[in-house]
Design a protein around this ligand. Structure first.
Ligand code: SAM
Length: 210
């Protein structure tokens, strides 16, 4: 993958492979579920009947495990085979179905299947030309009446592109979720320092019905 500068960037697979078992050296590794996801889940009642949930680009698996611990029947995928191997190693007794998959080529079986979909910090890691397809694909996995949790760093369209990931997400890119039939149900916009790129936490819903 190339940065806007033309410089070749390491692939995600290379980054996970280089880390080996030193998981803390993966730059985005929290080795814990994302606090905004935990906070949001804490404000909701536990699901009654193990609804299907999907974790997009699950990395090292902590968000998927969190959802499983709360009663969801979880599928989680990542493009990196090494990341998926690490998920299985870290959580050998897990009920999560971990699989290698590319968000740009998801199986048809995922279409409109999931009551809850979690997308955390993936969009900002993807090259900009791939984002409209990724947004449409993620939206396409949400079942009628289902919810999509999105967390990303937002940026302005006129800004120069950074040399390295993450490349903040434009609001016009996020508009792809509503263009794909979802309704924006909630937005938290946190700017840690004024004038810095804010972190967004969005909830979308697919209207119930056919
Ligand atoms: C910044 S990491 C975030 C990982 C995880 N969501 C988290 O919050 O810890 C981005 C993840 O996206 C995955 N990824 C990148 N491109 C992908 C693609 N086309 N399809 C699926 N996963 C992808 C990477 O392997 C990596 O695990």
């Amino acid at each position: 993958m190339r940065a806007a500068s033309g410089e070749e960037l390491p692939s995600f697979e290379e980054i996970y492979a280089w880390a080996g078992d030193d998981l803390a050296s993966v730059p985005w590794a929290r080795l814990a579920p994302h606090p905004l996801l935990v906070m949001w889940l804490n404000g909701r009642s536990a699901p009654a009947a193990q609804p299907p949930a999907l974790v997009v680009a699950c990395g090292l698996g902590d968000d998927a495990e969190e959802l499983a611990s709360r009663g969801y029947s979880v599928t989680a995928f990542d493009v990196s085979a090494t990341a998926i191997t690490q998920c299985r190693r870290r959580f050998p007794a897990s009920r999560v179905r971990y699989q290698v998959a590319d968000v740009l080529g998801l199986p048809d079986a995922m279409t409109r299947r999931f009551s809850l979909v979690a997308e955390i910090n993936t969009l900002q890691s993807l090259p900009r030309p791939d984002r409209p397809r990724a947004v449409a694909a993620i939206a396409g996995t949400v079942a009628p009446g289902g919810l999509l949790f999105v967390r990303c760093q937002a940026g302005g369209e006129g800004e120069p592109e950074a040399a390295e990931r993450p490349w903040p997400v434009w609001r016009s890119e996020l508009a792809g979720f509503t263009a794909a039939g979802l309704i924006q149900a909630d937005l938290i916009d946190q700017a840690p320092v004024p004038a810095q790129h804010p972190f967004l936490r969005l909830i979308y819903q697919r209207p119930a019905g056919p």
